[in-house]
Design a binder for this molecule. Structure first.
Ligand SMILES: [Zn+2]
Ligand SMILES: [Zn+2]
Length: 245
């Protein structure tokens, strides 16, 4: 019980074929692989379906391929592996989870969804790049340079990491929300609302540094996005002290 599921990273909304996989969180091993094809070259040449091995197995929309594959994996889990998946780690904008809740019989409504920090940061990076491309005024020094975009994503990643150590989840969510909203201020040099937990400028404002405990004292897991750096503060991970103007 309790294997985690992982969905594919990129979506293509008009693709002729799609692949979806489920990987166990504990083992990293492939638990399910599905392929959906809207196109078959033999069919397109007019060869009748009973005269060739047809790979066409999908006629609905491309965006539903992933959902169908992951649902198939969840439905087969007990028969194929003798387990039930109780947790899914997926990306934020997926329709997979609602489908599992609706369609997995029995304990479907108990399946928990965890947001993947890597996916969230990838989405953040993509959104910043889009913002820069759509607004030429944001380009260049002092704007959304590649270095600045990397810092902004790092500040989010760092905050997620820090707040994930907080035992009280309600407090964690509240703090994380504040950190995520404030990350850009910190990266652009305004430390007015920074948490002394990570920002040295905010920490220097405190009457005594001996009160700094909690998140800042925890060791930080290697960051899979930024190549395993072990930053423990926003200053290290976002390089705010070296801000170019
Ligand atoms: Zn065919
Ligand atoms: Zn700051």
């Amino acid at each position: 019980m309790g294997a985690g599921a992982s969905a594919p990273h990129k979506h293509s909304y008009n693709a002729n074929s799609g692949v979806g996989i489920i990987v166990g969180k504990a083992t990293g091993k492939l638990l399910h692989l599905g392929v959906r094809n809207k196109f078959c070259s033999a069919c397109s040449q007019g060869i009748p379906q009973d005269r060739h091995h047809c790979y066409k197995n999908w006629s609905a929309s491309s965006s539903e391929m992933e959902t169908d594959i992951i649902l198939e994996g969840f439905l087969q889990a007990e028969r194929v592996h003798g387990v039930r998946y109780t947790t899914m780690i997926g990306d934020g904008d997926s329709s997979v989870y609602p489908s599992l809740i609706r369609n997995v019989p029995g304990l479907g409504h108990c399946i928990q969804k965890l947001e993947c920090a890597n996916h969230s940061c990838k989405c953040c990076r993509g959104a910043l790049e889009k913002l820069m491309l759509e607004n030429p005024a944001y380009k260049g020094t002092g704007g959304l340079t590649e270095q600045m975009r990397r810092r902004l994503v790092s500040s989010a990643r760092c905050a997620i990491k820090m707040r994930s150590k907080e035992v009280d989840r309600k407090v964690a969510v509240r703090q994380l929300k504040k950190d995520l909203l404030n990350g850009p201020n910190h990266c652009f040099g305004n430390h007015e609302h920074c948490s002394p937990d990570f920002c040295s400028t905010a920490k220097d404002r405190l009457p005594s540094t001996s009160t700094i405990t909690s998140a800042s004292t925890h060791s930080i897991e290697p960051n899979p996005i930024d190549g395993g750096s072990r930053e423990s503060s926003w200053d290290e991970c976002t390089g705010a002290g070296k801000l170019e103007r």
